[in-house]
Design a protein around this ligand. Structure first.
Ligand code: ATP
Ligand code: MG
Length: 538
């Protein structure tokens, strides 16, 4: 649902496709096969693992009082128009038409459909709270599907939705789901952290992500060194600087900076630190406007934070050089806040600068000695940037350190965003019509399998835990084709284990022992029994 990962690439190198061990292992061990970009077949071994994961999820969700249902993958556009997300969703929402030219989308998530269902079925507070879940296919036309099933276009999700008449009841179920997700991840044997998260296009104010720690994760988590602060960088608030340093204001000067279009080249040319420069980004605003966002030169834009501003169009989009030139006559690479005739959203730390350097809004020139108030005026200031490593976290107690995580689960307190937009109301205990209060909760079932393998493998193969292994025992009869003794012993042991309820796989291929051993280590079945003429005799 977010494109910030691509901007985050500038924060820290993104893991390369080749670094993802899990994908290679899933292919080599015969768990999955690719059939198109972001589209996978789950082969029998993989399907067995998936069903173990879904069994754990079902047990825990049922135990937490949720009820399973199944909703359609193809959803009428009308519902998405009612919620407002038909327009606010970007191209990752796959839209299609039926033979009657009616519009539909492929479900990237199910808030609209469940709210429409709740609107029909729920009439009274007496039916609440209720928590409904499904384990189902989602489709998101991801801009860059990669890492196999980790970021696929079609993937399996367990999503649930809870309905309430008041915030306290929502908070109770939210806590139940928080605990339930923790139990699911623990039973799967994943090492994870729960982090404060951004709600993105799903909506609501409070949300947490369940992040599996892994060097190849796509998310950057901000961890407080020495405190228990942990947040997704999308969410991690930056403390605003203390009062502005008041010094002598320098004169404003226009200096020639031909070819210097980047912060690095400007600061090298003028011999000033990037932190004493500002960069001005032009973003698409609402109603066809263009809005400038000003950051300190050494900082990067946080798409989630800026995306929450009313002035900014959703999804967040940079205005390209051609349009800037045509619409505003501005030269990309030389834009600055002085004399700009569009709204200026200035990040706190840029607003704090004095005597700084910025583009002169003229090809080949920058301004030095720039001061707010005298030379430029912010329309609004706020926290629009990514926190940097080493700075104070918003708890005020610890310094930020970055670690990487794979997001496997995300829970949201939605409030009444969908129920108000879609008129889903019930009668409360005083007989008044009230918009339903909602929560929604999602776990990436297929991604979780890849995340487990990422954390549990060695150079020989996957290291399944007894809870997730596709089979518990593999029988490795040697010389199976030729030795009647081996064949009889293997067949009999196979039947005994099946009868005892053990999940057993028999490697009855006519392969050399070495091949069988290598493959069984690659697949990573916890126990193997080698049956050969020699050890049978012994
Ligand atoms: P991401 O930030 O990774 O794109 P998201 O925040 O958009 O994910 P949610 O809308 O929170 O995802 O969906 C719930 C869960 O579905 C995620 O926590 C993740 O485990 C899983 N998921 C989301 N997108 C994908 C995908 N493209 N492939 C596999 N699993 C996914
Ligand atoms: Mg999410």
């Amino acid at each position: 649902m977010k494109s910030s990962q691509y901007l985050l690439a500038t924060l820290r190198e993104q893991p390369a496709e080749a670094e993802i061990a899990s994908h290679g292992l899933m292919l080599r061990a015969g768990l999955v096969r690719r059939i198109g970009a972001g589209l996978y077949n789950w082969l029998p071994l993989g399907a067995r693992v998936l069903s173990k994961v879904t069994a754990i999820i079902r047990q825990e969700m049922n135990a937490a009082g949720a009820h399973e249902l199944v909703m359609p993958l193809v959803q009428p556009a009308e519902l998405w128009q009612q919620s407002g997300r038909w327009d606010s969703s970007g191209p990752e929402l796959a839209r299609l038409q039926d033979r009657h030219h009616r519009d539909y989308c492929l479900a990237p998530t199910h808030e609209e459909v469940i709210t429409a269902l709740a609107r029909q079925e729920l009439t009274s507070y007496r039916q609440l709270p209720i928590n409904l879940y499904q384990i189902q296919t989602k489709f998101r036309d991801e801009i860059r599907p990669r890492f196999g099933v980790m970021r696929a276009r079609e993937f399996m999700m367990m999503d649930s939705y809870s309905f309430h008449t008041n915030q306290a009841s929502l908070e109770q179920t939210y806590q139940d789901m928080y605990d339930c997700y923790g139990r699911i991840l623990q039973r799967m044997g994943l090492e994870y952290r729960v982090v404060e998260a951004d709600s993105g296009n799903i909506g609501g104010q409070v949300s947490h992500e369940f992040q599996v720690l892994s060097g190849v994760g796509e998310d950057i988590l901000v961890v407080g060194d020495g405190s228990d602060y942990v947040a997704n960088i999308e969410r991690a608030a930056c403390l605003s600087p203390k009062a502005r340093v008041v010094g002598i204001a320098e004169d404003l000067q226009k200096v020639a900076t031909p070819e210097a279009k980047s912060i690095d080249s400007v600061s090298a040319l003028l011999g000033v630190a990037a932190a004493k420069t500002v960069k001005t980004l032009a973003l698409r605003g609402t109603e066809g406007s263009i809005v400038a966002v000003v950051l300190r030169g050494d900082h990067s834009l946080n798409l989630s934070k800026i995306g929450r501003r009313d002035e900014i169009a959703s999804p967040v989009e940079l205005v390209d050089a051609d349009e800037l030139k045509q619409q505003l006559g501005l030269p990309a690479g030389f834009i600055g806040p002085c004399g700009l005739k569009i709204p200026l959203l200035v990040d706190h730390s840029a607003a704090h600068l004095t005597n700084f350097v910025c583009g002169a809004n003229e090809e080949g020139y920058h301004l030095t000695g720039v001061n707010w108030g005298r030379d430029a005026e912010a329309t609004a200031t706020g926290d629009f940037r990514n926190i940097t490593e080493g700075e104070l976290c918003s708890d005020g107690l610890s310094r930020a350190r970055f670690v990487r995580g794979i997001e496997v689960g995300h829970i949201f307190q939605l409030g009444d965003k969908y129920s108000t937009a879609m008129a889903a109301r019930v009668l409360d205990d005083k007989g008044r019509q009230k918009a339903l209060i909602m929560g929604c909760y999602g776990i990436g079932v297929s991604r979780m399998v890849a995340a487990f393998i990422e954390q549990n493998h060695d150079d020989k193969g996957i290291l399944w835990s007894p809870t997730l292994c596709p089979f518990e025992v593999v029988l490795l009869p040697l010389n199976f084709g030729r030795s009647q003794v081996v064949r009889n012993a293997a067949d009999s042991l196979y039947r005994q284990l099946i009868n005892a309820g053990v999940e057993v796989l028999m490697d009855d291929r006519d392969e050399r022992p070495g091949v069988k051993f290598t493959d069984s280590e690659l697949i990573g079945i916890p126990y193997s029994v080698v049956i050969g003429d020699r050890n049978l005799a012994a």
